[in-house]
Design a binder for this molecule. Structure first.
Ligand code: ATP
Ligand code: MG
Ligand code: MG
Ligand code: MG
Length: 565
């Protein structure tokens, strides 16, 4: 392909709206353009990268016996009501109505649709196990879409769902996906780590996140450097807030007493937070001794620990007895306790001092303040060691001091068990004619986030350095002087040789100065740059430069295809 014909609108300036390097480079190198916050058009180069990542994912899913299908993006509310998620999913769910006033949503994930499919089509144990997947746009109305493709509101995900007859079968399916994910990210040329992640209320070690290691990662992971051990976990086991960013975009408001009647359900808390309340509780338990935790929720509505009391009941935790405090990660959730019945006494961890407009109070009606701000409304009188596992702490498996790193969550695998199959009635008959719910797992890879993560990990001051397996093209051929017929002719010939030899190559035939072409080539990140100048005309040797190492060498034209491949 000829660069003169391709839509590659490179920019010289760093776009002001782009905070992270992948976002800046994707805009500057002409890969993406914004249509709305968190919604992008993929231009030809980006689309080629996406298709390559998708193809790697597809091959690895198929290798494990996955069958590709395509489910609808528009999903009827009825299925979400059946699973119970319509009321609890919160503001991340894009909801819409058809002309008859019926409720729908744009799929943020597809457990409901796929479980209803399996409910209808699977009758017998003979049809199991079943691994079904798709690669499709997902929709999540993220509170803060940002960082370009890293946190979009429309993004591409591969989601696979496994169906087994029992837990042992699920273990096998889970193992297959663990292996598939490992191979996918290896093949994409990325440095990554699978880490134990938060499994919410289900408990146990039944979910892993795949983290691409990069400074800009939103997650903090700890890992054991011991070769034999392999322990690695997400520190927060929940979303982390990047350094210097409290995740809060509100102004402090005057503190105010509020009436907060009633005990609220886990579902209501979840709906308000847009985060599974049980997940928070798990986080608390993980970090603190049972019975020492109080919870408060940031917010300017009547959200407070009473609402979480109900959730805590699940774990028989006594909120009113709480003598200690805990920070809950994530932007919307504050921290808490210990709570007097006649006033507000707060303690804080210095890390949460950036918190604004917290709710504080006791486990009683009418004892709450909203818009409480640390420093202004109270002075922390106790700093609690929340015992997050951090670098230097002993590895829980082998005692070696742990190390930490930042990571970008590019994939997650999760054992669901019978949560959805029970709710939606997806069952099978065993050999004895007994009915059982199918046992499920779900497994996601962010395709577009993986593209961004690859850039976060592979770039320099000049631009992107694509791993070869996912590069939009392998090579660019640049004639030094577009006015010199011999350069142009030679470039044309080299381009034909390479294309004919199966190399994905572009010819930069634009009437531009060589400096402009070299800059663009580095910015776009073609793994190889092949330059045609006087030397080539005179000696027949072309200059080959590797983007990653900047190594340059001369290669005789007749050996070029073999050299490049
Ligand atoms: P996060 O913690 O970053 O919000 P998640 O845990 O909500 O992600 P999952 O539900 O596990 O995401 O979805 C599977 C994968 O989809 C994630 O591992 C990630 O790679 C990708 N993904 C999730 N949300 C987004 C988004 N807003 N933009 C781009 N990719 C996303
Ligand atoms: Mg999310
Ligand atoms: Mg996550
Ligand atoms: Mg996840």
């Amino acid at each position: 392909m000829r660069v003169s014909q391709l839509l590659i609108p490179t920019l010289r300036e760093v776009p002001a709206e782009a905070e992270v390097i992948s976002h800046q480079l994707l805009l500057r190198a002409g890969f993406i353009r914004k249509a709305a916050a968190g919604v992008y058009t993929f231009l030809p180069l980006a689309w080629r990268v996406i298709r390559k990542i998708e193809q790697i994912v597809r091959e690895e899913m198929d290798r494990q016996g996955g069958q590709e299908i395509m489910m609808p993006i528009i999903q009827p509310a009825e299925l979400w009501q059946e699973s119970g998620r319509w009321d609890v999913y919160g503001p991340e769910l894009f909801r819409l109505k058809d002309r008859h006033g019926r409720d729908f949503c744009l799929g943020p994930t597809h457990e409901e649709i796929i479980t209803s499919l399996v409910r209808g089509e699977v009758r017998s144990y003979r049809q199991l196990p079943l691994l079904l997947y798709q690669i499709q746009n997902k929709y999540r109305d993220e509170r803060r879409p940002r960082f370009g493709l890293m946190r979009g509101r429309e993004f591409i995900m591969k989601d696979l769902y496994s169906f087994d007859r029992d837990e042992a079968g699920l273990d096998v399916s889970y193992g297959k996906m663990y292996e598939a994910y490992t191979r996918v990210f290896q093949r994409c040329g990325l440095k990554f780590r699978p880490v134990e992640a938060d499994s919410g209320a289900i408990g146990g070690n039944d979910t892993h996140e795949f983290m691409v290691l990069a400074e800009s990662g939103e997650a903090l992971v700890v890992f054991c450097p011991g070769d034999a051990c392999g322990y690695a976990a997400n520190v927060e086991r929940a979303a982390a807030t990047p350094p210097g960013d409290t995740g809060i975009d509100e102004e402090p408001r005057p503190a105010e007493q509020v009436h907060t009647p009633g005990i609220h359900t886990v579902e209501q808390v979840t709906a308000y937070l847009g985060v599974d309340a049980r997940r928070l509780i798990k986080t608390l338990l993980y970090r603190t001794e049972k019975g020492t935790v109080a919870v408060l929720v940031r917010g300017d509505r009547e959200v407070n620990e009473i609402k979480l009391q109900k959730a805590l009941d699940v774990l028989s935790l006594e909120l009113a007895d709480a003598p200690a405090v805990e920070r809950i990660s994530g932007a919307r959730v504050g921290y808490a306790g210990p709570v007097g019945l006649t006033g507000v006494k707060l303690v804080a961890d210095p890390e949460v001092m950036g918190l604004v407009n917290a709710v504080a109070g006791a486990n009683r009606d009418d004892t709450h303040l909203i818009n409480v701000n640390p420093g202004r409304d109270f002075i922390p009188d106790l700093v609690v060691d929340v015992r997050l596992v951090r670098a230097g702490d002993p590895c829980p498996h082998c005692g070696t001091p742990l190390q930490e790193a930042r990571g970008i969550e590019v994939g997650q695998i999760f054992k669901l068990g019978d949560k959805y199959s029970r709710a939606l009635g997806a069952t099978y008959l065993d050999e004895n004619g007994q009915n059982h719910p199918v046992i499920m797992g779900c497994y996601g890879i962010g395709i577009t986030r993986t593209m961004a993560a690859a850039i976060e990990q592979n770039h320099d001051e000049d631009g992107i350095i694509w791993p070869v397996s996912i590069a939009p093209f392998h090579a660019v051929v640049i004639p030094v002087n577009h006015k010199d017929e011999r350069h142009m002719q030679m470039a044309e010939n080299v381009y034909r040789d390479l294309a004919g030899g199966g190399v994905e190559v572009v010819l930069d035939d634009r009437p531009e100065r060589p400096g402009v072409k070299f800059k663009d080539a580095d910015l776009i990140g073609y793994p190889l740059r092949i330059t045609i100048g006087n030397q080539t005309v005179e000696t027949g040797a072309v200059e080959v430069r590797r983007r990653a190492t900047r190594e340059t060498g001369l290669v005789p034209r007749d050996r070029l295809v073999g050299h490049v491949r």
